[in-house]
Design a protein around this ligand. Structure first.
Ligand SMILES: Nc1ncnc2c1ncn2[C@@H]1O[C@H](COP(=O)(O)OP(=O)(O)O)[C@@H](O)[C@H]1O
Ligand SMILES: CC(C)(COP(=O)(O)O)[C@@H](O)C(=O)NCCC(=O)O
Ligand SMILES: [K+]
Length: 285
């Protein structure tokens, strides 16, 4: 990322864009304040040239923005709005990089120690965002396309984590890789019967009870290392999983906080470090 030529005005608008494996997550900031957030579909490969030709945010297809934001943008309030991008989908990074106002955030910008080179930028940013808000040690659970656990200790040093297929992906994989298992729609807010007597419930039971058990297992292991610390959960399935966890393991659920905007807090932290590079010294290895 090139250093900024002009420091932005304290309250000037900018966009944070997190590209996940299922969808795009947008945050509209004014200065340090997160104004609004929304999700949209991935940009199709066929429209790369369109993206590269965009000189301003208003030139982006309006389908990327919810009506309120679209309206503001169409009033041309946001010329040259920078987009700070964090992506875990390389093809999408390549597309978005062609947009003249996109700045890509990489692990080099992240003020954490001991990171390994292939760590997902979304995991690093969510951990930074959570640590900035609640302090370290911190464990983040991201219930997205994949479900990840990512932890850091008191010294902002990555402890590590784990990656497994997320809730939606587990259902889809069973449907796609077997001859006769149906695709299950998003499960309801109630626990399925444990010992099921039909295929739909058997799939729900298998996936949900093992997912909840793995969350219990990893959080318990974390609390053995770092007793009484906060664990924060985010991602498209966070609310559902936390609700089911409350039913199944209330003592575990009570130690978890849901915060959908963790990655945006992380991006805001990086943007402020870029604006005030002198602050960065305290994070240097
Ligand atoms: N409107 C939605 N569109 C897509 N996925 C959704 C939606 N609401 C909830 N989900 C769940 O969120 C999961 C994806 O989480 P998300 O955090 O958006 O993923 P990613 O950051 O990997 O793109 C899906 O597997 C699905 O189960
Ligand atoms: C684990 C992930 C696929 C999660 O992505 P997501 O499900 O949120 O779209 C992503 O963080 C990633 O590609 N990580 C690289 C490998 C690693 O973190 O070790
Ligand atoms: K993610």
């Amino acid at each position: 990322m090139k250093p900024q030529r002009h420091r932005r005005h304290r309250d000037s608008p900018w966009l944070a864009l997190e590209i996940g494996n299922s969808r795009l997550h947008w945050g509209l900031f004014r200065g340090k304040n997160l104004d609004s957030t929304w999700d949209s579909d991935h940009f199709p490969d066929s429209t790369t040239q369109q993206l590269a030709k965009c000189q301003n945010i208003q030139d982006l297809p309006s389908k990327f923005f919810p009506p309120g934001v679209s309206k503001e943008i169409s009033k041309k309030k946001f010329p040259h709005t920078p987009i700070f991008l964090a992506s875990v989908v390389p093809q999408q990074t390549e597309l978005w990089q062609t947009h003249p106002h996109v700045r890509v955030i990489t692990l080099e910008h992240i003020p954490l120690l001991n990171m390994y080179p292939t760590l997902g930028i979304d995991r690093a940013l969510a951990l930074c965002g959570a640590g900035k808000k609640w302090g370290f040690p911190m464990l983040v659970i991201d219930a997205g396309t994949a479900l990840t656990f990512t932890g850091a200790d008191t010294h902002h040093c990555l402890v590590g984590g784990a990656i497994l297929p997320g809730l939606g992906l587990q259902f889809t994989t069973l449907n796609e890789k077997t001859g006769q298992l149906p695709q299950i729609k998003t499960p309801t807010m109630s626990l399925p019967p444990r010992f099921a007597m039909n295929t739909q419930d058997a799939i729900k039971s298998g996936i949900i009870y093992t997912l909840l058990a793995s969350i219990k297992d990893f959080t318990t292991a974390w609390w053995q290392l770092y007793p009484k610390t906060l664990i924060v959960i985010k991602g498209g399935d966070a609310m559902l999983l936390l609700h089911l966890l409350q039913l199944q393991f209330p003592e575990i659920a009570s130690g978890l906080i849901v915060e959908p905007n963790l990655t945006f807090w992380g991006i805001a932290e990086i943007v402020s470090l870029i604006d005030h590079p002198q602050c960065h010294y305290k994070y240097k290895k």
